[in-house]
Write a protein that binds this ligand. Structure first.
Ligand SMILES: Nc1ncnc2c1ncn2[C@@H]1O[C@H](COP(=O)(O)OP(=O)(O)OP(=O)(O)O)[C@@H](O)[C@H]1O
Ligand SMILES: [Mg+2]
Length: 286
């Protein structure tokens, strides 16, 4: 293991991971250095090490996915980047562009959407703007424009229970986008969707978020990670750490069919599965 950037020698030997150290350093948006985080567990207050020495630079405008087994610290890492979780060692730096127009530099899209059931869809999207002190008319107009962006303007007066899972997820996305964050943190945002809706949403997320915004996206799907990402980070557990980083050298804009048909898709798929400890090639002689 290369201690400097946490990339395994095996992955580097496969030629799949370019050595990014030193390159594009002026363009780093989020820098995680030497991050270690423990939780207190049990009645005796034992420490549980969730992340150990995580080093990761995320570049401005990059779409980066994080994949790894359950418990490998993906959510914990996102929370540390968002600033809603503390940590015992290391640093997390988010560089703010002085010309940025964003109302908040970071926004989080939760796996369970986190919508308030008693609020209308419009009022849910407007909530972060309300918390920022924006006047009612302005925040409702702004919330409406983001609902329009995700194709849900007709649901503005509905309540969350009246929408499908996919629609609720898009509301969660609109709410995060409404503050125009420089960095969008998404924790398994498509996990609850059926496969068809999920593929439509993957393309939607690329269309909506893939325009200069920096996105850190947690998923359990290797195919999804490859389709949406510029790079894929593979995490491993006990304690959580970065095992490998893959660059997805498939041109953008992407469509599902063309991406899956691209020769690099299956190579990357196999390499990522191998890092996850699963071999996908069937042995015809077995
Ligand atoms: N608030 C907490 N208190 C104690 N332990 C926690 C807490 N949150 C997470 N953990 C532990 O830290 C480890 C990493 O959790 P985390 O939620 O970051 O994993 P994950 O990679 O997101 O998993 P999943 O894929 O299941 O969502 C797990 O072992 C979990 O039990
Ligand atoms: Mg998680």
């Amino acid at each position: 293991m290369d201690r400097r950037d946490g990339i395994s020698a095996q992955a580097r030997a496969q030629g799949i991971i370019p050595d990014l150290s030193g390159k594009r350093s002026s363009n780093v948006k989020v820098s995680v250095a030497g991050l270690s985080k423990s939780y207190m567990k049990g009645s005796r207050g034992e420490r549980f090490e969730a992340l150990r020495n995580v080093n990761l630079d995320v570049y401005s405008g990059e779409f980066l996915s994080i994949i790894g087994p359950s418990g490998s610290g993906k959510t914990t890492l996102l929370k540390c980047i968002d600033g809603i979780a503390n940590y015992q060692a290391g640093t997390v730096t988010v560089t703010r562009d002085p010309s940025a127009t964003s109302l908040r530099d970071r926004a989080f899209v939760f796996q369970d959407f986190g919508l308030l059931p008693w609020r209308t869809i419009l009022a849910n999207v407007a909530l972060p703007l309300e918390l920022l002190g924006m006047h009612r008319k302005e925040r409702e107009e702004r919330a409406m424009s983001y609902l329009r962006l995700v194709g849900l303007e007709k649901t503005a007066k509905d309540h969350p229970h009246e929408l499908s899972g996919g629609m609720r997820q898009r509301v969660g996305l609109a709410r995060a986008l409404a503050v125009d964050p420089d960095v969008l943190l998404m924790d398994e945002p498509l996990g609850a969707l059926d496969e068809q809706t999920r593929e439509v949403m993957q393309a939607e997320i690329l269309r909506i978020c893939g325009t200069g915004r920096t996105v850190i996206f947690v998923t359990h799907s290797v195919d999804e990670a490859i389709f949406v990402s510029d790079r894929v980070v593979v995490m491993s557990n006990s304690p959580g750490h970065i095992k490998a980083i893959f660059t997805v050298d498939i041109p953008k804009p992407r469509t599902q069919l063309a991406t899956r048909a691209h020769p690099r898709f299956s190579e990357l798929r196999e390499a990522i599965w191998a890092e996850l400890g699963v071999t996908t090639t069937l042995n015809p002689h077995a």
